[in-house]
Every structure is written in structure tokens, then in C-alpha cells.
Design a protein around this ligand. Structure first.
Ligand code: WAQ
Ligand code: MG
Length: 249
């Protein structure tokens, strides 16, 4: 019998809580067994307090038990890497990959505009893959993918940031309404990002922005006929465990 699982989430802001106009500093989420809760709480506390985006004066950690009969098993995406020698080349590569996944030009342009100009959102925005219109009404909060964890058999990358990015991309791609995702970090010291999709996998692009730059984010491109409320419910609420099936990560 599998032991109980808990969803743990953290958000931190500077200049007040997010809802009071504070600047988003850090967020994190995980699905852990009860015995891992103490460690996760301390890890999340320290992640927020040592963040390169600033020093939070608002920090919230929530813990919720997850109904284990709801858990869905999914697989991680295969990984490909594109090492580029300049930011311009990286952005061109990302746009080309999105075009190959049949995202329209206007949708790609809107997504780049969002990631390049900010303001930084706490979560992802939803963009319709053809019209390029933003489909959620979440404002700066966006949508935080949550309730994901790795199956205990999974052989994981050592880097926690890459592990989290791959988990988020895998959960997003597991919805039949997701077409693709574009992401780069809002952390000033991290310049890599990715384009991902269920069929193309997790395609890491080594340089997408300047060091020191604090704008970044996530865009989920969705099908025109998506029921947005259901889609958001799946990403935020449905617990998934991800297995690596012997994949080289
Ligand atoms: N759900 C939805 N959006 C999220 C989530 C989440 N769980 N976590 C972060 N975001 C959004 C939010 O707008 C952040 O501002 C933005 O993404 C960037 O988050 O292969 O580190 O955690 O080398 O700063 C990708 C490349 C790294 C990894 C991405 O993002 C690699 C990264 P960060
Ligand atoms: Mg960040």
C-alpha cells in the first residue's frame, strides 16, 4: 500500500503579499510522503530566503493531504538540447521549434512579448495556439502547476531546477489540450529555458536572456476548444506521479 501523499506549496513576495502588489520572488511545489514534510518545508523556506530576485517579507507555505485514489501516473518527456552561442540565436531557435509544433506566428509573438516585457507573473499564462489570445483571467497570479511528484523508481537529474522544470513540462504536456509550452526563468542568474510538447519532448535552449535580467515566465499554448476552467483544475489540482521509465535525463 502506498503511504499518504501531501501537496506542499510555497510562495514568497517582497513589498507585501502578491495580492497586495508585492513583487513575486519565489514559488515552489511538491508532492511528498508524510516523512518528507519537514525537509520540504525547510527546503522551501531556505529557497525563498536565499533567492536572487530579492528578500521576501511575505512567505506562505501550505500543506494539504492528497486523496491517493485520484493520483494519475504519467511519464516524463524525452529531453533534447540545443546549445546556442547567442541570445538572438536562442530566441530564434525557440520560435522555430514553436512554429514546428504549429503554433501560429501571432501566438509566438504574443508569448515572447509576455516573457520579454513582464511584468513577472507568479504562474503561467494560457495563450490560444492559433489566435494568440490570452485565455485565462488570472492576471499576475497566472496558473501554478501543482501536485506533481516523481515516482520513487525515477532516476532524476541532480539539478533541482531542471527536475522541477521537467516535471512541470511533463504535467502540462499530459493534458490533451496542451499544444506546447515556452519557458525561461525570471531569476537574474539563470538564462536557459525550453520549448516543450507531448510529441517533441522537452527541448532545452541554453541561452534565452541576458544575465541580470529579471523577466521571464511560462506560456502554455492551448487548443482553441479548451474548457479553460477544467484545464486549470487539472494543472493545479490533479495529483500526478511522474515516472522516467529508464529514460536518460
Ligand atoms: N506553474 C506554472 N508556472 C510556473 C511554475 C509552476 N509550478 N513555477 C514557475 N512558474 C512560472 C512563473 O511565472 C515564474 O516566474 C517562471 O515560470 C519562471 O520560474 O533545463 O527556473 O522557477 O536548464 O524561475 C528552465 C530551464 C528553468 C531549465 C525555468 O523557472 C533547464 C525556471 P522559474
Ligand atoms: Mg524564478
Amino acid at each position: 500500500m502506498r503511504s499518504e501523499l501531501f501537496s506542499i506549496r510555497m510562495r514568497a513576495a517582497e513589498g507585501g503579499a502578491h495580492e497586495d502588489g508585492g513583487k513575486h520572488i519565489s514559488g515552489a511545489e511538491a508532492l511528498v510522503e508524510e516523512k518528507g514534510l519537514e525537509k520540504s518545508v525547510l527546503d522551501f523556506l531556505s529557497k525563498a530566503r536565499t533567492h536572487t530576485r530579492g528578500t521576501p517579507d511575505f512567505l506562505q507555505i501550505s500543506v494539504e493531504k492528497v486523496a491517493t485514489h485520484d493520483i494519475r501516473k504519467i511519464e516524463t518527456l524525452p529531453v533534447r538540447r540545443f546549445d546556442v552561442s547567442s541570445i538572438a540565436e536562442g530566441r530564434e531557435k525557440a520560435a522555430e521549434l514553436l512554429k514546428r509544433i504549429r503554433i501560429s506566428k501571432v501566438a509566438i509573438d504574443n508569448a515572447f512579448h509576455h516573457l520579454l516585457n513582464g511584468p513577472t507573473h507568479r504562474g503561467a499564462i494560457l495563450v490560444e495556439a492559433h489566435s494568440g489570445e490570452r485565455m485565462d483571467a488570472r492576471g499576475l497570479k497566472g496558473i501554478r502547476v501543482s501536485r506533481f511528484g516523481w515516482n520513487s523508481d525515477a532516476a532524476l537529474p541532480a539539478n533541482g531546477r531542471i527536475r522541477d522544470a521537467m516535471a512541470i513540462a511533463s504535467k502540462v504536456a499530459s493534458s490533451p489540450f496542451s499544444v506546447a509550452e515556452l519557458c525561461w526563468s525570471d531569476d537574474p542568474d539563470y538564462t536557459a529555458g525550453y520549448v516543450s510538447s507531448g510529441t517533441f519532448g522537452y527541448m532545452r535552449v541554453s541561452r534565452l536572456k541576458e544575465i541580470g535580467c529579471e523577466t521571464g515566465g511560462r506560456v502554455f499554448f492551448i487548443l482553441p476548444n479548451t474548457d479553460v476552467d477544467d484545464y486549470i483544475r487539472y494543472l493545479e489540482k490533479c495529483p500526478v506521479l511522474i515516472s522516467t521509465k529508464g529514460r536518460e535525463l
